[in-house]
Design a protein around this ligand. Structure first.
Ligand SMILES: [Zn+2]
Length: 264
């Protein structure tokens, strides 16, 4: 590199012409549902280049949740609900991890080492949090606060997708319901989905929720006492528009029924 050319560390993380950290679909029907999609996008800030990875890595599940953004948008449309989608890749900073989690800015994901995330200074880490994690979560907090002022009930739906094969092991579930301390909605939705005989529905599979591996369900669902579920859908089922529409319609049909027993 030429001595006076800017290095990655001296460029601002986001240039003025780069997209905002999140996209919002507004609540059109005072729906209780508040949909988050933490891993919607795979964009990298230009200042980070490719994080030292080839395009094949930047397009696969380690970078984002394939198909999840489309399901979140379609579901918001079906329900007339608020949705918020993160624009930037989870490889920049994971918006479903506490900032002090070791995997907040991953140095390895599945078997892939992320060169651009090694040996970051505290300033570099703080900038990713300030410009990408924080605005996204600030917007979610402001939506919850508006609803509290307007006495509009809330139900948190965190939309994710998972890879059909992880570290060489195939996964049998079509979808998984994830929850931890508050079992209400996760169990109710799981039971409704299992009535569809063609579906294999995981109960806290392929992942489970914990304070270190999750953020939205813990901070907004559990700590605010808001009913919630983290929905994981297998990515091969969301590979085309037909699959995305089918899952959005299925969830839009079952979520109100799953909430019927909740005092909202
Ligand atoms: Zn995810």
């Amino acid at each position: 590199m030429h001595a006076d050319s800017p290095s990655a560390s001296t460029l601002p993380l986001l240039a003025p012409d780069e997209p905002a950290a999140f996209e919002v679909i507004e609540d059109r029907r005072r729906s209780p549902f508040l949909i988050t999609c933490d891993h919607a996008g795979k964009r990298l800030p230009r200042a980070l280049g490719t994080l030292g990875l080839p395009e094949t890595e930047l397009s696969r599940h380690i970078a984002w949740d394939l198909g999840a953004a489309q399901v979140a948008r379609l579901l918001a449309d079906e329900l007339g609900a608020f949705a918020i989608l993160q624009t930037y890749s989870r490889l920049v900073i994971d918006c479903n991890r506490p900032l002090d989690a070791p995997t907040s800015i991953p140095v390895i994901s599945e078997h892939t080492v992320i060169p651009g995330n090694h040996e970051l200074s505290p300033t570099q880490k703080a900038e990713r949090a300030r410009l990408i994690f924080q605005p996204y979560h600030d917007r979610i907090v402001s939506e919850f606060e508006r609803r509290a002022r307007d006495t509009q009930p809330s139900v948190l739906i965190a939309v994710h997708s998972f890879t059909p094969t992880f570290k060489g092991v195939p996964r049998p579930w079509h979808a998984g319901m994830l929850y931890n301390r508050d079992v209400r909605l996760g169990r109710a939705l799981g039971e409704l989905l299992r009535r569809e005989p063609e579906l294999v529905v995981g109960d806290n599979e392929p992942y489970s929720v914990s304070d270190l591996s999750d953020y939205g369900v813990v901070v907004y669902g559990e700590r605010r006492g808001i009913p919630h579920v983290e929905i994981e859908i297998r990515q091969d089922l969301l590979a085309d528009e037909a699959g995305q529409i089918a899952w959005a319609k299925r969830l839009a049909r079952l979520l109100p029924e799953a909430c019927a027993g909740l005092a909202l």
